[in-house]
Design a protein around this ligand. Structure first.
Ligand SMILES: Cc1cc2nc3c(=O)[nH]c(=O)nc-3n(C[C@H](O)[C@H](O)[C@H](O)COP(=O)(O)O)c2cc1C
Length: 174
């Protein structure tokens, strides 16, 4: 049994990526899932001028959780075709303390948006950038048109099959 940490890289109190993370986590029954809610986090903007020993408490918490878990589900919004500043800032903080904090552990990378792109542009960027921190992208899933394809807390319709395939691919990597 693997310990899986799941979170959405959003500070939107009504985050659709957080809703997707909660649902997908509920599909993985045979592992220990922790859904981390970081929506209300207020992490200072990283600056190279900061004392390297003064890491914000929330970042230290996240670093420790990452060390304690075997695999990750991360769902990211897309802002202006790119990674939202909120998540990028957290990733930049994570990159300062440790050499490759994810240490080749598997990541199931997801995205969703109300638009037809489903955040796929940012997904491409994260597929490129997360391995800088030694994340091993085991599987991906992008849900377009969130409000058409997610009802009553669950993915519905034509993307469900693809989601189950992506979940299976992630589980194979555990
Ligand atoms: C500043 C800003 C930029 C956005 N840019 C994009 C975009 O490039 N592509 C997209 O699909 N949605 C974009 N959106 C809409 C987001 O997908 C939408 O706000 C979504 O709810 C974000 O996910 P979240 O609720 O998990 O934070 C943008 C929203 C904001 C506030």
């Amino acid at each position: 049994m693997s310990k899986i940490l799941a979170f959405a890289g959003s500070n939107n109190s009504k985050s659709i990526n957080h809703q997707l993370v909660k649902y997908v986590s509920s599909l993985i029954k045979d592992h220990e899932l922790t859904v981390l809610d970081i929506r209300a986090w207020n992490v200072p903007m990283y600056s190279i001028d900061m004392d390297p020993d003064e890491i914000p408490e929330q970042i230290t918490t996240l670093m420790n959780l990452i060390k304690e878990h075997d695999a990750f589900i991360i769902s990211s919004p897309e802002h202006n075709g790119s990674t939202p500043a909120f998540l990028k800032n957290i990733l930049d903080w994570l990159s300062r303390r440790s050499e490759g904090i994810f240490v080749r552990k598997p990541v199931f990378l997801m995205s969703t948006s109300p638009g037809k792109g489903g955040g796929a542009n940012n997904m491409k960027q994260l597929i490129h950038s997360l391995p800088y921190q030694h994340a091993s992208i085991a599987s991906t899933f992008s849900l377009p048109s969130f409000y058409d394809n997610f009802k009553d807390g669950a993915v519905i319709g034509e993307h469900l099959g693809e989601l189950h395939e992506s979940v299976a691919e992630f589980k194979e990597a555990l």
